[in-house]
Design a binder for this molecule. Structure first.
Ligand SMILES: *Cc1c(COP(=O)(O)O)cnc(C)c1O
Length: 221
């Protein structure tokens, strides 16, 4: 499957007025596709699965900024820390505690985003409002974790007004966080199906898979 180079340049144009970043989501896709986007100038790539991520890293240029965007289990934290640029899906205090513990041992400071639950779907992960407020009230608990912003996923729905409202909710969470940490200015929201709305609602980083790499095939996953 060839990469969608034309779509890539079109996306970069669309992003310009917003000054937003692009994470190319390469889960299930071969290293050759990632290399092809790298050769076009792309440096930020997103992966969801620890095993797949760890297999790809040594096969690709070492100036790639790897974003871990999937649901991260605590027992896998240690393995990804040396390779990851930004962890998007930090969705519990227990996970924050684990990242703190392993980052301290390895003498690292790890950049993360707090995943906020904005969808009306129970299958999605993230902090609810009360949990988020609790985390924000005392960020000093995690000196080796550098909280740089928020991440969220909208509901899978055709109701665009609902998607927009969910992104607005994430923007509000971002402002709550920014009030206590002024460099926590990343808002990671928007995927292939909803990135235009996300940009209008203040996204600073979109995560795009299928528009760039084509549809995913999970049959051998
Ligand atoms: C897979 C995935 C994406 C990209 O999805 P597309 O719809 O293919 O653009 C973005 N964010 C997360 C968290 C994902 O798991």
């Amino acid at each position: 499957m060839a990469i969608q180079a034309d779509k890539y340049f079109q996306l970069l144009e669309e992003l310009k007025p917003y000054e937003a970043g692009l994470v190319a989501v390469s889960k299930t896709k071969p290293c050759s596709d990632i290399q092809a986007f790298y050769d076009l100038g792309q440096r930020d790539f997103g992966e969801n699965y620890v095993q797949e991520f760890l297999e790809k890293v040594p096969q690709l240029p070492n100036d790639i900024r790897w974003h871990f965007i999937g649901h991260l289990q605590r027992n896998k934290v240690k393995q990804i820390l040396p390779h990851v640029y930004l962890i998007h899906g930090v969705d519990s205090e227990r996970l924050l505690n684990e990242i703190q513990k392993e980052a301290a041992k390895a003498n690292l400071k790890i950049k993360v985003l707090l995943q906020v639950f904005i969808a009306q779907e129970e299958t999605k992960f993230g902090f609810d409002q009360a949990e988020l407020s609790a985390v924000i009230s005392d960020l000093n608990q995690w000196p080796n974790v550098d909280i740089r912003g928020v991440m969220g996923m909208s509901s899978l729905t055709d109701n665009l007004a609902q998607v927009r409202a969910e992104f607005q909710q994430l923007k509000q969470a971002s402002q709550q966080l920014l009030a206590v940490k002024s460099d926590a200015n990343i808002i990671s929201m928007g995927m292939s199906g909803d990135y235009s709305i996300a940009l209008e609602e203040g996204s600073t980083m979109i995560r795009i898979g299928s528009v760039l790499f084509g549809a995913r095939d999970y049959s051998n996953k």
